[in-house]
Design a protein around this ligand. Structure first.
Ligand code: SAM
Length: 209
């Protein structure tokens, strides 16, 4: 049988360190996080949120369904009309309540630090679950700033280069890692099957504003 080497199913993305890591998040996966936060007592509708690696807006749009205001930017101009900014450049930015994103994997540690420093309540990042391992990351991030919550998807979240694709499959496990200021005891929870309930046909229309 031929090996499936599509970018959707490879465990390791073949992106270079310096690439943009252009792998947008299917909107249902962001709704899953917001539903979990709401169900666990967070009221989001009067809060601000930043998506600092906003890409084509596939995460921004579901975030606007839950948050009062969403600030979007990206280092690359995807033609969406929002500011083109390097989130890691140490300029002064207005604090928000939450920062929520899918950062480039190789810069995720730095994104989390920057997000925590610029968010009043906390931050959440969706990443391959393999992000949880590694001695250097443990020393530099998890032992210093442990997440409050690890939300492991039980379903696969297919991410493909440059687009979202309802028919894509994946062999890669994803989780949301959530940091909340003042909470240093990490809880693990599973995100039960929810794709069918949270997915909408319009999620896959290109750049639907
Ligand atoms: C994995 S994609 C995720 C896109 C979007 N967050 C989503 O979930 O649909 C990573 C994004 O990070 C952006 N990016 C890479 N380095 C960045 C930086 N230093 N500052 C801001 N955005 C960056 C890329 O242009 C790309 O859009």
């Amino acid at each position: 049988m031929a090996q499936n080497t599509s970018s959707a199913v490879m465990q390791q993305r073949s992106e270079s360190m310096r690439s943009l890591d252009d792998f947008p998040t299917p909107p249902w996966a962001t709704r899953a996080l917001c539903e979990h936060l709401c169900d666990s007592g967070h009221r989001l509708d009067d809060l601000t949120c930043r998506e600092p690696a906003a890409n084509r807006g596939y995460m921004v749009r579901p975030l606007t369904e839950y948050f009062g205001r969403v600030h979007a930017s990206d280092i690359h101009d995807y033609g969406m009309g929002w500011p083109v900014e390097d989130f890691l450049f140490p300029y002064q930015i207005d604090p928000v309540d939450w920062t929520i994103t899918n950062p480039p994997f190789t810069l995720a540690d730095q994104f989390v630090s920057r997000a925590l420093d610029t968010s009043k309540i906390g931050c959440a990042v969706i990443l391959r679950s393999a992000f949880l391992e590694g001695c250097a990351r443990y020393d530099g991030l998890f032992s210093q700033r442990p997440p409050a919550l690890v939300l492991q998807f039980v379903e696969r979240v297919p991410m493909v280069k440059g687009m979202v694709d309802p028919s894509a499959s994946s062999a890669t496990a994803y989780s949301w890692l959530v940091w909340v200021h003042g909470v240093h005891d990490t809880r693990l929870r599973w995100i039960p099957p929810c794709r069918k309930r949270l997915e909408r046909p319009e999620d896959y229309q290109a750049e639907a504003a």
